[in-house]
Design a binder for this molecule. Structure first.
Ligand SMILES: Cc1ncc(COP(=O)(O)O)c(C=O)c1O
Length: 395
């Protein structure tokens, strides 16, 4: 018998290359609940790495709703939505989200990633064109590729450059103009009003991915469209249920026609099993919390202002952040990883992020505060940042 050589051996050299560049990461293991102070890899740390903006992952109302749904309905839906996997609780969640977002209808996907990739790929064909911010999320990029439409990228938030691209396209060609509402690595806000005006001028479909704005921006956390007063001017709004909402999932809010089309053509909706009832029930409970307890969103913003100002006072480069996501930009990938490791050793968990997630010279650690951090926890984190930043010559 011939000796079989491993056809995947090239992967080991990729990993060796990551190791030699100081970019190899192991998965940190969370022991217990996702909290502002948690135990990762057996060390208790102030946790600045979750997207649990409002602390809803452990909110008693969500937990109870999930337990009650599990007791009544079981642990799984048993099918994709289009065959036997649409339960009352899925439909109720979509109705509640549509009312919350002030749109005609909503379709829920298994994740925000599936919502973006599945929707862009469904609404465009190879004859169409997508005009996309250069820092849009990977799920948008994948959706664009899957659609086979032509992809035109404009420099980050540069509406004038987007206009030049649109002006040079044939007027009859179908165009999708797309931006993140909040950019996940920089924490800045997309050029939503300027791009909505362009979409109207050039007859584009306008799409905003509000993953990091859901539960954070706008009245009761309705997102950047609400924040900018753009209701009715964005054709496709994506939100996530996996970050501030505390559970799992993504959704598209828009016209009834759009949603019916996605029910028939969005491949993650058609070909992947729907949420367990516990997830849908927890998300409904989260909407109740957003509607009845908006003060937690205020607490998130108070903590955000305190922490961001503290980092800036220490002399760190926090980029152009306008949200609870505050990057600490250091340049070299290996320096970002060293900073993250040193912070962790001193009791603060802020993930290092390097190329290809961000540009080679813009490596960083990313911090995200939540509504549930105490001032003492945030002050402790700032003290550690100051000490370690000086030790590494960053400030
Ligand atoms: C901007 C943006 N869009 C979409 C997603 C995907 O959302 P989800 O985690 O629900 O799949 C993310 C999450 O990483 C994100 O940052």
């Amino acid at each position: 018998m011939p000796v079989r050589t491993d056809p995947l051996s090239y992967l080991a050299s990729e990993i060796d290359s990551l190791k030699s560049q100081g970019l190899y990461r192991h998965l940190r293991i969370l022991d217990g609940e996702q909290k502002p102070k948690s135990t990762f890899d057996h060390r208790q740390v102030v946790n600045l790495s979750s997207n649990n903006y409002l602390g809803l992952t452990t909110h008693p109302a969500l937990r109870e709703a999930a337990l009650d749904a599990t007791r009544r309905l079981g642990v799984g839906s048993g099918s994709v939505r289009t065959i036997a996997g649409t339960m009352d609780v899925h439909m109720e969640l979509e109705r509640r989200l549509a009312a919350f977002k002030k749109t005609e209808a909503v379709v829920v996907f298994q994740s925000g990633f599936a919502a973006n990739a599945g929707t862009v790929a469904a609404v465009l064909t190879k004859d169409d064109v997508v005009v996309s911010d250069e820092l849009n999320h990977a799920s948008i990029i994948d959706g664009c590729r899957l659609s086979r439409a032509a992809i035109k990228v404009f420099p980050h938030k540069n509406a004038a450059a987007a206009r030049t691209i649109l002006r040079d396209l044939p007027s009859a060609q179908r165009k999708l103009l797309i931006t993140d509402g909040v950019f996940s690595m920089d924490g800045d806000v997309g050029a939503v009003p300027e791009l909505c005006a362009l979409a109207e001028e050039f007859g584009c479909i306008m799409m905003v991915d509000d993953a990091h704005a859901s539960g954070v921006f706008g009245a009761n956390g309705r997102g950047t469209i609400d924040h900018f007063g753009m209701h009715g001017r964005v054709d496709i709004q994506v939100g996530t249920l996996s970050k501030a909402v505390g559970a799992l999932g993504g959704y598209v809010a828009g016209s009834r026609t759009l949603i019916e089309f996605l029910y028939h053509r969005a491949r993650p909706f058609l070909f992947s099993t729907s949420h367990p009832p516990a997830v849908a029930a927890a998300c409904i409970a989260a909407i109740d919390v957003l509607e009845k307890e908006p003060q937690i969103i205020q607490r998130l913003w108070d903590n955000t202002k305190f922490f961001k100002a503290g980092l800036q006072k220490l002399g760190f480069n926090t980029g152009l952040s306008e949200s609870p996501i505050t990057p600490v930009i250091v340049g070299e990938g290996s320096l970002a990883m060293t900073l993250s490791d040193r912070l962790f050793a001193e009791g603060v968990f802020a993930q290092g992020i390097a190329f290809p997630t961000v540009a080679r010279d813009k490596a960083r650690v990313r911090t995200i505060v939540t509504a549930t951090h105490t001032r003492d926890e945030l002050q402790f984190a700032l003290d550690v940042f100051g000490r370690v930043g000086r030790e590494l010559g960053i400030v």
